[in-house]
Design a protein around this ligand. Structure first.
Ligand SMILES: Nc1ncnc2c1ncn2[C@@H]1O[C@H](COP(=O)(O)OP(=O)(O)OP(=O)(O)O)[C@@H](O)[C@H]1O
Length: 220
């Protein structure tokens, strides 16, 4: 699904965060990405959906260079869930349906109210009205809403940035369990930045550690 070939990237070119990284991710794999703070884990996820472009080397999605895909299309297929979810100053419903408002989604069927309610219940957000302002929710609730928004797009790959330290344990566990189920039941490729103490229950992950700009695989 993804191939990185000798990828080097730095926000300042003279100081690369990632150095000559090569990686092959098969469709349906569940990958945990670990490493110290600032080692470049988020940056690596950004490279996989085109939010960052390598200075050297190349990134392929399904054997084609990332740049050959339409960026909006790609980000619906390869969904990146960032650490700090961003919500519009609008209702929960509007925030969930946001990706369907873009021109690229014309012709796609809008998710029904029932489906939205089902998702809210699944993620223990059943108490929250679709009319509520999404900006007024807690970080943990926003994180779950962002995941629902991502899942409504039925992505092929899910890139999950580590939930923030401020995220409550319950929210984190729900997000993790759902990511595992999506992988186990629907074959969605998952790459998740995680702490070493997270051990998936439903899936056997590949564990990659990023340190000093290089990537190594360790036993799960
Ligand atoms: N937009 C940016 N501009 C300049 N430097 C950046 C930018 N984003 C990240 N960096 C730097 O790149 C390096 C890698 O950052 P990155 O966020 O990828 O690390 P990380 O492993 O995800 O960290 P954390 O675990 O703390 O989230 C860090 O030194 C960071 O300061």
């Amino acid at each position: 699904m993804f191939t990185l070939r000798d990828v080097t990237f730095g926000y300042i070119e003279a100081r690369p965060v990632l150095k000559d990284i090569s990686l092959h991710v098969e469709e349906g794999q569940f990958i945990l990405l670990q490493g110290p703070s600032g080692s470049g884990k988020s940056t690596l996820l950004h490279l996989l959906n085109g939010l960052a472009v390598p200075q050297r080397g190349e990134v392929l999605f399904k054997d084609r260079p990332l740049a050959s895909y339409d960026a909006t299309w790609l980000r619906r297929r390869v969904v990146y869930l960032q650490q700090t979810p961003v919500m519009l100053d609008a209702s929960v419903r509007e925030n969930l349906l946001l990706p369907f408002r873009f021109r690229s989604a014309r012709g796609e069927r809008l998710p029904t109210e029932d489906l939205l309610q089902d998702y809210l219940h699944t993620f223990l957000l059943g108490e929250i009205s679709l009319e509520a302002n999404a900006r007024e929710l807690s970080v943990g609730q926003k994180q779950r809403l962002a995941l629902i928004r991502a899942l409504l797009l039925a992505p092929e790959a899910l890139l999950l940035d580590e939930p923030t330290a401020s995220l409550d344990r319950e929210s984190r566990e729900i997000v993790e369990a759902r990511a595992e189920a999506l992988n186990a039941e629907q074959g969605v490729t998952v790459i998740m930045i995680s702490h070493t103490d997270y051990v998936p229950r439903l899936v056997k992950p590949r564990v990659l550690v990023l340190e000093h700009g290089t990537l190594r695989e360790v036993a799960a």
